[in-house]
Ligand binder design. Structure first.
Ligand code: PMP
Length: 361
């Protein structure tokens, strides 16, 4: 393949070309240091500048208040599933989870190992085709926190507002929608996200946590899993994923240049509306998620025939529209259209879908 493709992967996924070009240019000699960022000591001046600039820019982008830590760690969102209960199930030992997909379920199962985890609501029986409408009475009011999965990458659903938990601390997995829209960080106790969708390369996890919630971890937990370890050391307790932090920092700068998260939200809404509107008007495709809960990031659709779905994915690939297969557990199609997917990619996909529909209906 000579040209770059339109990559609809759910993650790791497309990154801004401008960022990758800049990284390529500085690959052998970053900023006159005579070396790549990959080769730099994490304790060196240039890297410390990269880390602090990344944090400042992320704080600006997301409007993160001063009473929140921003932690750069490893282990993916999967390790954050465990870190959350180990750090926060520290009062009654209870935590309430809303199950909106496989990742939410995995987060819940991890918490159930360490304390009294409870399912407040679930859409599992309905194949996770919507976000359950919950109210304060669905949550145990003495729970240490409520956990929600803001965007459900596999099923293509997303919260459009924080549910009423009756004032519980809300913890959320925002892996697949962070930086795609403006959110009010102050309404959450903790937000965590794996980097490999909207932030940067796989291998970095970002945890944004209210300072008051740090320092109350269960006893005898591994040092690395205690939020306080990373908070006290400015994410430098051990060697952080230096290259990933560098690229993510460049993505933050790039997003600020593009107008920040308000601008991204507008573009993302436009991209998603175009695709969903086309799907809803077509005779061949259907989007199974309830209209009000549809994710602008992961757009899931089917033809109703597994054979036709496979044909779609193969033929799309032939046109440079790749990674359109749904998650291996559910099949169908999924177009992940994170920040780095240009509007042109969505238009090209719709153009292909129209032609495929005309030929196969
Ligand atoms: N949560 C969500 C919403 C995800 O989409 C994913 C992975 N795609 C995970 C958690 C797991 O993340 P990781 O592979 O970074 O552990």
């Amino acid at each position: 393949m000579e040209e770059r493709v339109f990559n609809f992967s759910a993650g790791p996924s497309a990154l801004p070309v401008e960022v990758m070009k800049k990284a390529a240019e500085s690959m052998l000699n970053h900023g006159g240091s005579g070396m790549s960022v990959m080769e730099m000591s994490h304790r060196s001046g240039p890297f410390e500048a990269i880390l602090s600039e990344a944090e400042v820019n992320l704080r600006t982008l997301m409007g993160i208040p001063d009473d929140y830590y921003v932690l750069f760690v490893q282990g993916g969102a999967t390790l954050a599933f465990a870190m959350t209960p180990l750090n926060l199930m520290n009062g009654s030992g209870k935590a309430d989870y809303v199950i909106t997909g496989q990742w939410a379920e995995k987060a819940y199962q991890e918490a159930a190992k360490f304390g009294d985890a409870h399912i407040a609501a679930s859409s599992k029986e309905q194949k996770y085709s919507f976000i359950p409408k919950v109210m304060a009475s669905d949550f145990r009011q003495d729970a240490d926190y409520a956990h929600i999965t803001w965007n459900n990458t596999i099923y293509g659903s997303k919260y459009s507002g924080i549910p009423d938990t009756g004032g519980l601390t809300v913890v959320t997995d925002m892996s697949s929608s962070i930086l795609s829209e403006r959110i009010d960080v102050s309404k959450f106790g903790c937000i965590y996200a794996g980097a490999q969708k909207n932030i940067g390369p796989a291998g970095l996890t970002i945890i944004i946590i209210k300072k008051a919630l740090v320092g109350h971890a269960k006893e005898n937990i591994p040092t690395y899993l205690d939020f306080k370890t990373h908070a006290d050391s400015g994410s430098m307790y051990n060697t952080p994923p230096t290259w990933n932090i560098y690229i993510s920092g460049e993505v933050f700068k790039h997003l600020l240049q593009r107008g920040g998260l308000e601008a991204m939200e507008e573009i993302n809404k436009r991209k998603a509306a175009r695709l969903y509107d086309y799907i809803d008007g077509s005779k061949l495709y259907t989007a199974p998620v309830a209209a009000e809960d549809r994710s602008p990031m992961n757009i899931v659709f089917i033809t109703g025939s597994e054979k036709l779905d496979k044909k779609f994915i193969t033929e799309a690939k032939g046109e440079g529209l790749v990674q359109l297969g749904g998650h291996r557990s559910i099949g169908g199609m999924r177009a992940s259209v994170y920040n780095a997917m240009p509007e042109e990619g969505v238009d090209r996909l719709i153009d292909f879908m129209e032609r495929f529909e005309a030929q196969n209906i």
